[in-house]
Ligand binder design. Structure first.
Ligand SMILES: [Zn+2]
Length: 170
């Protein structure tokens, strides 16, 4: 029998609050805060797992943030700078995969530099480990690429070919 799961997502509370966005650094910008109620349903009916995250979306840059307190509490705090202390950046899954994949990919000449370059360019919008890791991987990736470029520019000298005058025939 195929066991199937479904995720039920309902919004319990939603409101607009002012925040100092940790991603785009804009101050006192409007953000949508919502309390979600996520339930993982086994066979589409049997609840097996509950999760009640509070997500905050910056309306200036669209960054998704995870809040450490409920929407109603965030609204009560009011002061955008104070609210920011309860927000953590939620990294896009693709970015995390790109940076983690870079741990292996940096070894590849050219491909590694393009890969980690994209990861670093994207990660610069965020703070924390992902940004530093992407930067280190990007710098590392320059070594194999540089090696390849040097090898192409100065190919190993082929042994002097015998271009001298043909030996006179006997
Ligand atoms: Zn923002």
């Amino acid at each position: 029998m195929l066991v199937s799961f479904a995720l039920r997502n309902t919004v319990a509370d939603r409101r607009i609050i002012p925040i100092d966005c940790p991603v785009c650094r804009k101050q006192n910008v409007a953000a949508q805060a919502q309390d979600l109620r996520q339930t993982l349903l086994l066979l589409h009916v049997l609840p097996v797992f509950h999760h009640r995250p509070t997500l905050v979306t910056c309306q200036a840059c669209g960054a998704e943030l995870v809040a450490g307190m409920r929407t109603a509490d965030l609204a009560r705090v009011g002061d955008p700078q104070h609210v920011a202390r309860y927000l953590r950046v939620r990294l896009p899954l693709v970015l995390r995969a790109l940076v983690l994949g870079g741990i292996v990919a940096w070894l590849l000449p050219l491909i590694g530099t393009v890969w980690t370059g994209i990861a670093y360019g994207w990660s610069r919008r965020y703070t924390g480990w992902v940004r530093w890791m992407a930067l280190v991987l990007f710098l590392l990736s320059l070594l194999p690429t540089l090696g390849l470029v040097l090898a192409e520019a100065w190919p190993a000298k082929a042994p002097a070919a015998s271009h001298g005058p043909p030996a006179p025939l006997p």
